[in-house]
Each structure stands twice: as structure tokens, then as C-alpha cells.
Design a binder for this molecule. Sequence first.
Ligand SMILES: [Zn+2]
Length: 346
Amino acid sequence: MLVGDRFDDEGYSGATLDRPALERLLGVVRSGGVDRVVVYRLDRLSRSLRHFVQLSEELRNHNVALTIVSAPMLGAAALDNMMLNVMASFAEFEREMTATRMAEAREYLKSHGRRVAGAVPFGYSADPRTKQLVVVPEEAEIVSRMFQWSAAKMTPSTIAALANSQGWRTRNNTRWTPRQVQYTLTNYVYAGLVLDGYGFRKGCHEGLITKEIYDQVQALLAERRSRKPGRAKAAIPWPLLGLVCCGSCGRPLSTHTIRRGSVIYQYYRCRSTAGGREPCKGVLVRAHEVESAVLQAAGLEQSGLTSKEEEATFQSAIRQVVFEADTGRIQIDFRPEVSSPAVSLA
Ligand SMILES: [Zn+2]
């Protein structure tokens, strides 16, 4: 006996489950109002495998049979068999798709100047829902003062001393080191910028200082670096090179530098094509971010190691560091013979 109702979603795509007539049909199915659903073609019901699995499970749970007019040979037994295969291959397919979707989402967010992952810079917190940067006023004040002092030609050492004398502490409640001050002063996030693989662009977050002050400070820092003899020519240190790996594909991250005027920004990124595989998209992390996380895990963040000592320590104490680009997590695998986090220098 035909139910008088028709369930047509004119103009709606079969690619979505969000269709009013389909909703209405499911309502009738759930209330036990029908014992058979007739569709002309399978793709009128759903064009997506996953939706189809959901729908057919729903029908089965309510003992509602499905007839596909254009494929009458698909009886109940054949359909059940097919479902098992479909569900198994779908689960596999879904896993493969997830990786691609994450990469696409990251690209999208980046191209719109939004934050993706990684450590939240001092001065900000991450909105728990949108993951975007929100200004923390007390910390923002400290950042802005540091930039002002630097623009007034104070060195990072002086600024660190001054900050500590004010009782200011870093996010980990430690005293400011010149190195941390230097890192803060070169962070473009504070000028409201974000970086993708192609260059800087305006971010969605609020900057803490003007672009003018930021540029002025970069120029002063660069000038100070080049005044030190022998320093300008020194090789750029990469203490984690060979140790830091990509969490997505497991390959070692390579190095990447971006020069902006005389400032050099250092990154680790996944660009390996070893084994004929494609490089991961969007795996790019500020070198200092990983290095300071490792120093902290080793209990060495206050030890004032030179970059040479840092490199020796890392290479002798660490087996592997895995950077997960999707979550910004950094996993550190210490060598077993190093039992305590207090790593001794070779
Ligand atoms: Zn990778």
C-alpha cells in the first residue's frame, strides 16, 4: 500500500544529508510508519558512501526494506553483502581522507591569515573553540614594553635584567633570559602578521605593536649582530638537524630560512621527497619553538648554553624529536643511557 506522501528534495544535492524531505522520510521511518522505501536510483537517496551507510543502517534498524527501481537484482541478501564490503572499505577510505582533509583545512586557514597550530606566543592565549589568538592584556603590556625598550636601543640582556627586576616572569614562571627576549623581539606575530610557505601576510589576530616599531626593532637587532666581528659570517646553527622528524610521515625535517632584510628566520619543515613520496604540505615550525621545548624538557632552559654546546647536548642525549604539525605537539625521545633530564655535556 502506497503512503500518500512523496519525499522529493527538488534542487537539493544527493551529496548532503541535510535535505528537508529526507529528514521527513527518516522521521516516518523512525516512527514505524513505513515498511519499505522505494527509490528510483541509489544516487537519489545518497551520493555519498558514508551517508548511504548511515541511511541504510537507519533503515535496517527499523526493519524497513529498500527497493532500488533501477537495480531490482539488489535483493536484501546482496545488499547486506555489499554493505559489509562497503563499510569495511569505507573505514579504510575515511582514514586516508582524514589526512588529506587536515592538510586542506590547514592550507585554507593559512590562506585566510588564521592560526593553525603551534605554541601560543607570550602575550596571547588560544581561543578554546576557534584556536585563534586572543590578547592577554597583562602579558601584552610586557611585550609592548620590551619592544619600546628595544626601540630605545637597549640590548636584550638589559631588557631581560630590567624585566626580571620588575618581577615579570615568562609563561613558565621563569626569569627572562636575553635569548628569550631576543626571540620575543623577532616574533612577527606581535606585529599582527602570520607566515605561510610563501611569505608574511596580515593575520586575523590583533597585533601588540605597530609594524613600524617591529621593523625598527628588527633593524636595530640586525645592526647589533653585524657589529660583532666574525658573527655575521658564522654558520647558522641547527642543533636538532637530523633529530627532528615529521609526525605525519616520519621523515626527518629539513631546514628552511627566510630572510627579511638582515633578519634570518629559521624553520624546520617537511620537504623530503625520499622514497619517491610527495613532501607533506604545511609542515613548517619555527626552529626556536622546537629547540626551546627540547631545552625545557631537558631542564636546560636557564643554562645559557651556546649554540655549539646546545647542539652537542642534543646530538648526544636525544634519539629523536617528533613534531606533529596538526596538534603542534612535540615528542622527545631521550637516549636510554641518559636517565635524568639533567643532561651532562660531552
Ligand atoms: Zn612529513
